[in-house]
Design a protein around this ligand. Structure first.
Ligand code: NDP
Ligand code: 8X3
Length: 254
């Protein structure tokens, strides 16, 4: 393994969905991949598949000390990180704000916001030392367009979009690019998690519709990561072919 010959991408949430597809694509392209997530067994399986260019690290992104420790203890051949893909995240529930579970709200904030800033803050000094890097944050169309039940999930993704712009403002001139990639409806384990393991309800979300595939997002991440340094892609929004916006809801008096 040689980080001079192979660029390195650090991917949060690589046990499934977008993160897993991204790890596979970058590995195919000859990159080193640092693959992370809570499910250690899945990481080990993926690492076996990817071979010696991958490093599995199991930790909970919402655990501030665990994130710091994992990044501080990166082996020397994996600590020149060219791309940080802040992908780990989740939606929990689809209840209205007056009925939603506060523990779900906490977990979304802890993962989608706090976890993302912990990873970013710990990786940035490594990028500054190297004089180059790219932070690619996975937001969502839910951060731009409201829908019933999107309440805190959409709020966390609006944070991702604005945090990305503010990161860019801090990092311009330091060789570090920042991109917010904001997908719409994609079939991953996202809805299984949102509906707390109810696979039937989750599969209904994608039934009879053309949704985004994890590989579409992986390809976009690869494209963004390989643009020349004279440009910065600030933001990309991708919707599914069969997805568009809601009309305004007008409530009539009885
Ligand atoms: P998946 O559920 O398939 O993947 C989510 C990943 O996040 C898993 O690898 C999971 O790993 C990881 N993760 C969740 N919580 C934690 C945690 N506390 N610590 C570490 N890792 C964690 O969903 P997607 O691939 O769809 O989601 C990836 C990102 O894309 C998310 O940020 C999501 O909000 C966003 N997104 C998804 C869309 C969709 O329609 N699918 C559309 C727009 C954005 P593990 O469980 O092993 O910890
Ligand atoms: C996931 C997309 O529309 O289900 O971020 O909220 S959506």
């Amino acid at each position: 393994m040689n980080s001079i010959l192979h660029k390195t991408i650090f991917i949060t949430g690589a046990t499934s969905g977008f993160g897993r597809a991204t790890a596979k694509l970058f590995n195919d392209k000859g990159w080193q991949t640092i693959i992370t997530g809570r499910r250690g067994e899945r990481l080990e399986e993926l690492a076996k598949e990817l071979g010696e260019l991958s490093l599995p690290l199991s930790f909970d992104i919402s655990d501030r000390q665990a994130v710091k420790k994992a990044i501080e203890n990166l082996p020397p051949n994996f600590n020149q990180i060219s791309v940080l893909c802040n992908n780990a995240g989740l939606a929990l529930g689809l209840e209205g704000a007056d009925e939603a579970n506060l523990d779900d709200w906490d977990q979304m904030i802890d993962t989608n916001i706090k976890g993302l800033v912990y990873a970013t803050r710990n990786v940035l000094p490594l990028m500054i030392d190297n004089g180059e890097g790219h932070v690619i944050n996975i937001g969502s169309v839910a951060g731009s367009y409201p829908y019933p039940g999107g309440n805190v999930y959409g709020g966390t993704k609006a944070f991702v979009s604005q945090f990305s712009l503010n990161l860019r403002a801090d990092l311009v001139g330091k060789g570090i690019n920042v991109t917010s990639l904001e997908p719409g409806l994609a079939e991953t384990e996202f809805s299984i998690v949102r509906f707390k393991g109810d696979k039937e309800k989750a599969s209904h979300v994608y039934k009879d519709t053309r949704f985004i595939k994890p590989e579409d997002i992986a390809e976009t991440i690869y494209w963004v990561a390989t643009r020349p340094k004279n440009i910065n892609i600030n933001r990309i929004e991708i919707m599914a072919g069969d997805q568009a916006f809601n009309p305004f809801k007008i409530v009539k008096k009885d």
